[in-house]
Write a protein that binds this ligand. Structure first.
Ligand code: CTP
Ligand code: CA
Length: 225
């Protein structure tokens, strides 16, 4: 299905995409996770490959097939995701769709944690994970176009504007996750840029992916003199 209107602008370009959740181990059998299915990020990777880009997809633990023509790197934790992203540079565009766990355990136990009979669970100390999008935003090899996603349940545009500035991204694709977006097949997004806010209607994730890749192609295409 080659309905993408990218006019070949992505041929020979490298697009780096993250998708899915990360898992942060607590002990050998338990982990911290979130509800990301990876569907939106995988759809974007598929659209970019169909448009002729070289695509690196850094994927957290998900149950999805690798889209045709996509180089996939599987990771588990946020720190592994950051390492894989930096190893994949340089890229012309990076689209960070992953729902990276904000916190990991301060140190994962080597052995399974056991109940000690007191009725009190052992305290779980958490530390903040590295911010992959912000790292790219401040990187010596910052991609020319840097796109983040933002899952919000309230004040969507306002929070997206703040993330745009803090992470030095070019666009934030903001979505309202107060409904059943996570794991669902449709997504209503707002594209927040320095130029303003574009609101798209609720669309199948595949169509959000196609429209976003068309917008990326337009942004990367050389301007006429
Ligand atoms: N992100 C990232 N690394 C992190 C956290 C987030 O790369 N450790 C990226 C996500 O992939 C997404 C963007 O930053 O592209 C926004 O993620 P979000 O969770 O909405 O923002 P946070 O900065 O984590 O803020 P909060 O969860 O507190 O709203
Ligand atoms: Ca977060």
């Amino acid at each position: 299905l080659d309905t993408l209107e990218t006019n070949g602008a992505l041929k020979g370009r490298h697009i780096l995409i993250t998708a899915g959740p990360t898992h942060e181990p607590i002990d050998p059998v338990r982990y911290i996770a979130n509800r990301s299915s990876g569907k939106q990020g995988f759809a974007i990777a598929a659209a970019a490959a169909r448009a002729g880009a070289r695509v690196t997809l850094v994927a957290g633990p998900v149950h999805l097939p690798t889209p045709a023509g996509v180089d996939r790197v599987d990771v588990e934790t946020a720190r592994e995701m950051l390492a894989a992203v930096e190893a994949a540079l340089p890229a012309d565009a990076a689209i960070m769709v992953a729902a990276v766990a904000d916190w990991r355990t301060a140190d994962a136990a080597d052995q399974k944690l056991k109940k000690d009979g007191s009725g009190q669970p052992a305290p779980l100390a958490l530390v903040e994970n590295p911010d992959i999008l912000a790292t790219l935003g401040h990187h010596a090899q910052r991609p020319a176009l840097l796109v983040g996603f933002a899952a919000e349940t309230q004040k969507i545009a306002e929070h997206a504007q703040a993330k745009l500035a803090k992470k030095r991204a070019d666009w934030i694709v903001a979505n309202d996750v107060s409904g059943d977006v996570m794991g669902g097949d449709a997504n209503a997004v707002q594209i927040v840029t320095a130029a303003g806010i574009e609101s798209w209607p609720s669309l199948p994730k595949r169509e959000v992916a196609d429209k976003l890749i068309e917008k990326v192609a337009h942004a990367l295409s050389p301007r006429p003199d």
